[in-house]
Write a protein that binds this ligand. Sequence first.
Ligand SMILES: Nc1ncnc2c1ncn2[C@@H]1O[C@H](COP(=O)(O)OP(=O)(O)OP(=O)(O)O)[C@@H](O)[C@H]1O
Ligand SMILES: [Mg+2]
Length: 1006
Amino acid sequence: MFSKSAIAFLGLSCLHGHAASGYLLPTAQRATPRASFIPAAKQPLASSVGPASQACPPTRSRSSTSLAMGFMEEFVANRDAEQLMKSNAAYLSTLQTRVENINGLEATIEELSDDELAAKTVEFRSRIANGEDVNGKLLEEAFAVVREAAWRVLEQRHYDVQLLGGLILHDGRLAEMATGEGKTLVSTLPCYVNALINRGPAMVITVNDYLARRDMEKMGQVHRYLGLTVGLIQAGMKEEERRKAYACDVVYVTNAELGFDYLRDHLALSPAQTVLPPLNAEGKFDGFVVVDEADSVLIDEARTPLIISKQVPAPANKYRAANTLAENLKAGVHYEVDLKNKNIVLNERGYKDCERALGVQSLFEEPSDASGAWAPYIINAVKAKELFNKDIEYTVLPDNAGVGIIDAFTGRVLDGRRWSDGLHQSIEAKEGIEVSEQSKVIAKVTYQSLFRQFARLSGMTGTAMSDAAELEFTYGLRVTPVPTALPIARRDYPDVAFRTRDAANKALVKEVINVGGGTKEGRPCLIGTTSVMQSEAIVSALKEAGIQAELLNALPQNAAREGEIVAQAGRPGVVTVATNMAGRGTDILLGGCPSTMARLKTRAMLFDQGVLSAEEQKFYPPSPKDDYYPCEIDDDAKFMIVGAAASLKKEFGKELTAIKFDELLTVATDTTEGEDDPEYIVKLRDAAQAVKEIFQEKLAPEKEIVKSRGGLYVMGTNRHESSRIDQQLRGRAGRQGDPGTSRFFLSFEDDMFVIFGGDGLKNILQTFRVSDDMPIEAPQVTDALNKVQLAVEEKYRDIRGQIFEFDNVLNEQRKIFYRRRQDVLFSNTEKTLKIMEGYNQQTVMDIVKAQTNEDESVKVEKVIEKIGQFFPAVLPVVIADDMSGMKKDEVVSFLNVAVEEIFNAKVEELEKKAKADGRAPGSLARSANYITLVSMDNAWSDHLQNMENLKENVFLRKYQNLDPADEYKRESLALFEGLLDKMRLNTIYSLWQSLSPVGAPQPTNG
Ligand SMILES: Nc1ncnc2c1ncn2[C@@H]1O[C@H](COP(=O)(O)OP(=O)(O)OP(=O)(O)O)[C@@H](O)[C@H]1O
Ligand SMILES: [Mg+2]
């Protein structure tokens, strides 16, 4: 009943977008055992666990002085890297025993029929229900069952190190496993076990929709085979679909979707609008969570909160005027640019000149038109001019449709994200495009706050050790490196540094040529950059040298083709230029990936056969051109595709959706055959297999060429602000024991060194009097560069620490506020009336208190005036004379009785009326609920703004020798108390306005 008004109130027409069907997949069990499952290849790749140090990147011990926050300092000091490694080794050896136990169960488990294997799920559930410890024998049995199921369904048998990874996740830790070690498969183990506990879903958090869907389609097969339900959340899904998906045993969802669902659930105006499972008694989500690419989500993205806002008109003229003004202001004359802190500071002359130009007394003066003082407009305009560069920090969307933020980590354009506080509009004004509406934040949360609300949190990624202390401190996640299945055969060469960027790029291009990049027999090269602009510069430098490179960066058309580009990035001589995070989660196979290519080819040919409507085909990026594939496919395979297409058309006709089609392709290409597979799957599987074999045959020798030439060559251009990201880039080479190389081509002109390098680096340059094109490869240089990077890492760690400290304050408030909100949202009539009674009494108390003199006597006339405002229906029954001479407490009791009587009479009257009209009871409570929720949301939105203002404000107090964090904590408490009062007063005011005096005719809205 509230949904329409809710949407109007929120102004959020884009909330859940359009529907997409078919995400929720029914539980399916395969009926009969399959015979041919135990080939020789079933041997584990590595049967014992090597020394823990094998896969661990060295952890840097930190100088505690550089950590600004005392508590974290202590924490780090107590837990230095060496100790961490030691305790890890001991921990891993205890897990190793469990791995052996799991291996020991294999012989019995593999004897089970498919039905018997699936029946294990029922058995485990009942054993758990009967009180058996999940972490005992059952855990090992369950792991053995999942391993067998994965083997039967996907023909992938968890390696021992994968079991180890699974146990680590189940323990609520962060498993560090290198690229290509098969983390996706690892997550099936703890998810299965935790889903059995029946306390909320097991969630796999991935970084984008594509990976969520890919992993659900493939890994979901294993869970479903074992009788679990599997759900998937994708952007644009409707509430109904989301709710169903979250109700499944295992759910695949992105961090952003989960975060926004969390926020939207707390803006819901009726229980029917919520989608997430309810919180437990401790106010936590009971489910189990594995965060994939955990370092990216939990550290790199921790700085950016998720925000839901509503649009209010922006004063475009003011933004444009500020922009013109900013264009005329000069750095060093009117303002200073602080690159380190990404800030600009207007100086006195700046203020004065602006005031003169605008003809105002002060830039801080509030004008009468409510558009706000000039100062933030001008500061944002100067920020837009100095700190925000087109195609680095942002891009102008096609047709000047707005400004899109480029994610510094992924290089992707962040769909729909906007800078807040007028900055976005200032950039639009700078670009001369239409100034969009301004947003007012109505809900926000950081990943730090979100993920700490899960009772059982775990994570996995290729790179986490260098931030182990932070992960443990913030999330309670102990980082545990898992040895690789095979020894790492990658060689990491020392960095080379040049005086200029240009020289570094030239050297890089030369190196690409040296190793045969761009030729049919050469090494594949992956070049990592830290910005879109840089990646484009490299691509054009390569082009000048006659080398065609693939670009994997922020442009939307590239993002959609990621899998396709990565699938051939390991072929001989292929050169790929990527922004740093692009392509995480999709691994580069030496010689190329025949399965992905076969999938793409099969898909394209099925499209040619018209299996999918043109409308649904738009869901995909254009199919690759013919020269993308290693070779033509033969007539037999073509014939099989035509057959498969006919069979699909017969089964689905025009009904086939893109989602369903993808799912069918996954079943056909990634799973083993089942006896009851329908004909269209059998045909599709055979056809895709035929295409794959053709490609495989062609690619096998290419793989050998690449291997013999040394594998993938990863080249870095810049050091990233976090060495972890550099490590991630290096890790793209040398997966699963492959050969590979990595090297960074740096320059002293790189932003990081220019901004943070200081005199140390300048001195080094003086010492090494080298020409521009001479590489400096001395250890002192690498040391100096390392130091700069370390300093930058510390700086950002401190910033995150500070955000964490500040955010914690808001987080505690959010928890209290949200819990109250949920109480109201899910309350029944009786409870709501109870809450309202409490509100009534508190309000009476407030009114009287405000009008009480020092001697406890009360200003009765004033009290009556206020009662008239807040409780108009009560006014006729309170007479000033009745209260004369009463002290405060007596007045309060007197008024409470009056208010309660009228309120109860009102409730009764409405109930009677509802009954007579044949309407549902509880109408007053329903109205009260609605009014309370809306008041709460309005008050919370204002509170978020106030807290933001407070944050700005307390930072200035540093100059008065006050501690900003302390100041923030102290004042935010007052703000929060004010918020709760405001919300209650608004509720009571609105509710009583709708209650006319008893006996008067009622509005009939119920
Ligand atoms: N036990 C296994 N048996 C056979 N193949 C496996 C096994 N485990 C994983 N793989 C394969 O290894 C490849 C890499 O797996 P996956 O993408 O899960 O790695 P990852 O650790 O997540 O890497 P990244 O860090 O790039 O995300 C996939 O093609 C997967 O199918
Ligand atoms: Mg992965």
